[in-house]
Design a protein around this ligand. Structure first.
Ligand code: NAP
Length: 344
């Protein structure tokens, strides 16, 4: 017997978010069902409602915090009433080398996204966190740490995870100079985390008006990346640049800012990379990609956030403000993550 769930969905590609209901599957033995309290609004939701969407109606939202209302018969980590957080991946093959290492987001059979993906067990399309209720395997749910604001924890599960994993992979820490490119949902957490990891942290922004905020978030310096003079002054400085920009943008000036052997890791998913190969060749520099962390990295990330008191800077909005939030996100007008209050 399925459960009727009220959700907020794009009924067609590019359409506005509207109330919509669907039949949610029953709990499998390892599932938790939770009442969604908060869900962050990621730029990926904009891509998904628009060009990337596969199946409509499409219920976005993959930065979820909720309260457990039901547990399957074999659930061991959660009980009814617990606060859980769930990110962009809700299943994977669990057998390939990345899955066995707790890097399920890198599953070699393609991990199952929180929404707009085919359920691996034949239960239709996955639906996201802009809803009153979500169901997922406990392996992909995390306990919300005590002492952190649950609404501001929600964006850690995607935005936080997506910047923490590459910062760790490329050794952001004392003695390293790290640039965070694009100070939005991902980028503002990148600045907080790079600073907390001990790196000399530089914010690259196209928005000069964000300079004071970037310093307050923890940046040691701010560079206005649209200013050629400021960019030229960065040559050969950076061990790592973490680029979160969601659109095609000039990357050659950024790559030339890397030291010999430095890495620019792009997590922003632009349609293509606008970079001159000579800029990579001359400095033995690397262009890399990255994405949200797997379960082992996410557990570490949440513990790190507890230790350093890191959560997202959020603007909390109501269910009736989702379309306004999406429009403002598209216009680069948010400080620095919208979170929808679904429990209100
Ligand atoms: P966001 O909040 O909109 O932030 C993006 C930032 O990029 C903006 O705040 C802006 O920063 C900068 N930017 C925007 N337009 C620009 C332009 N035309 N030229 C240069 N800079 C520009 O987005 P987000 O939620 O952080 O997501 C960023 C991207 O990461 C999205 O494409 C999203 O789909 C992707 N993403 C990827 C993963 C993954 O697993 N790899 C996970 C989550 C998200 P300034 O104003 O400071 O310049």
């Amino acid at each position: 017997m399925t459960t009727t769930v009220t959700a907020y969905a794009a009924l067609e590609r590019g359409g506005p978010i509207r109330p919509w209901s669907y039949e949610q599957r029953d709990a499998r033995p390892h599932d938790v069902r939770f009442e969604v309290l908060f869900c962050g609004v990621c730029h990926t939701d904009l891509h998904s409602i628009g060009p990337w969407g596969q199946t409509y109606p499409l219920v976005p939202g993959h930065e979820m915090v909720g309260r457990v209302t039901e547990v399957g018969s074999d659930v061991t980590h959660f009980t009814v009433g617990d606060l859980v957080a769930v990110g962009p991946v809700v299943d994977s093959c669990r057998e390939c080398p990345p899955c066995r290492a707790g890097l399920e987001t890198m599953c070699q059979t393609i991990a199952t996204s929180a929404y707009d993906a085919q359920d691996r067990h034949g239960d239709g399309v996955t639906r996201g966190g802009f809803a009153e209720s979500v169901i997922c395997d406990e392996r992909f749910a995390y306990a919300v740490p005590d002492g952190l604001d649950p609404a501001a924890v929600a964006p850690l599960l995607c935005a936080g995870s997506t910047v923490y994993a590459p910062l760790r992979q490329w050794g952001a820490g004392p003695g390293r100079t790290v640039g965070i490119v694009g100070i939005g949902g991902l980028g503002h957490l990148g600045v907080k985390m790079a600073r907390a990891l001990g790196a000399h942290t530089v914010a690259f922004t196209t928005s000069a008006a964000k300079a004071d905020d970037a310093l307050a978030l923890g940046a040691h310096e701010v560079v206005v990346s649209s200013d050629p003079e400021q960019m030229a002054a960065q040559a050969n400085r950076f061990d790592l640049l973490l680029d979160t920009v969601p659109v095609v943008h000039p990357m050659t000036p950024l790559v030339l800012s890397l030291t010999t052997g430095g890495t620019l890791c792009s997590v922003g998913l632009p349609d293509t990379f606008d970079v001159a190969p000579f800029a990579l060749t001359l400095g033995r520099r690397s262009l890399a990609g990255g994405g949200a962390g797997g379960t082992s990295e996410n557990r570490e990330m949440l513990e790190f956030c507890v230790q350093h008191g890191i959560t997202a800077d959020i603007e909390l909005v109501g269910k009736d403000e989702i379309n306004t939030a999406l429009a403002r996100l598209a216009a680069n007008d948010v400080k620095y993550r919208f979170v929808v209050d679904l429990g209100a």
